[in-house]
Design a binder for this molecule. Sequence first.
Ligand SMILES: NC(=O)c1ccc[n+]([C@@H]2O[C@H](COP(=O)([O-])OP(=O)(O)OC[C@H]3O[C@@H](n4cnc5c(N)ncnc54)[C@H](O)[C@@H]3O)[C@@H](O)[C@H]2O)c1
Length: 341
Amino acid sequence: MLNVGLLGAGRIGAVHARAISKHGASRLTAVSDAFQENAKAIADTYSAEVRTSEEIISSPDIDAVLIATPTDTHSDLIEAATGAGKAVLCEKPVDLDLARAIGCEARVAQTGRPVMVGFNRRFDRNFGALKAALDSGEMGKAELLSITSFDPAPPPIQYIKTSGGLFRDMMIHDFDMANFLMGDLPVTLSATGASIVDPDIGAAGDVDTAAVTLSYADGRIAVIKNSRRAVYGYDQRVELLCSEGLLQAENMTENTVVRSTRDGVSRAKPTYFFLERYMPAYEAEWDAFVSAVNNNAPMPVSLADGVAALAMAEAATQSAQSGLPVALANVIKDSGCGEAA
Ligand SMILES: NC(=O)c1ccc[n+]([C@@H]2O[C@H](COP(=O)([O-])OP(=O)(O)OC[C@H]3O[C@@H](n4cnc5c(N)ncnc54)[C@H](O)[C@@H]3O)[C@@H](O)[C@H]2O)c1
């Protein structure tokens, strides 16, 4: 039985607490939060203890730590937990700052402890099936990828202000999906961003609508579109044109009924948001982590994957600001680290 300490009992912490407790080979042992009442609510639900983050990290009865605190705490907590010998699953992104994330990766390597980054969409059964079809070879070579990722509504402005911006907080999932499907990092990124949905987001220095083109060394192309608002629900689609055909993963809808009448054809909306769409993916993500820890196997999403996606977010942020394409290698070099992430 894997004994787990959860750091951060907010929106996503509650999702992970459920998955940890539901899993047959893990137990939620302790929960921490900056606000004790948040930790207590989850601890009471799953018969766990409330402890401080420091106590959880130093507790000998904890095997693994799940980090679901705000992004600016991630690198510090990853380093502390791995330094204390724990296995770690940390929410995305690894950090707000690329140089800090690269430093964290180097320090974790010295501990030899495993760290997985929470790119849950890799565990969505639709995207997983699309990847399996690609890997089977029947579709030939992936040539042109298109990712659509629209939230139903923006988060509170307070969240936006500490999130690191749309590219680091939201599109980071899509950068990782591009890496997962294309099997390589792009050479350059060209980004356009605007504040169209909510002027307060623009006033906070962020964008709420963006499109990014990724160019690969062998000429392949990926396009990612993000918006913080889609009035019809959570729009999460992938389309991959391959040399032998087209792969598409469509939205999950509230139900599968299609109404066809003289006036037209209609169907249900996409499910509302990430909790509705990705709950099974969070459970599959946790299962993959437990299995990797128990089998001493490589993590299915590594810290290096998290750093790579963050470097792409940094490149897109710079490109949206300058209006010019940005080379990924230059972003990594400018962070003070000469090597590719
Ligand atoms: N993978 C996903 O789908 C997904 C979805 C949402 C959020 N996230 C990520 O998860 C992280 C948390 O996001 P959220 O939406 O749950 O935020 P949240 O604000 O709802 O929850 C964060 C919690 O951490 C607590 N906290 C703050 N500092 C702490 C510390 N040092 N130690 C312990 N607790 C602390 C806060 O009091 C709060 O309860 C962010 O990095 C975000 O990017 C990922």
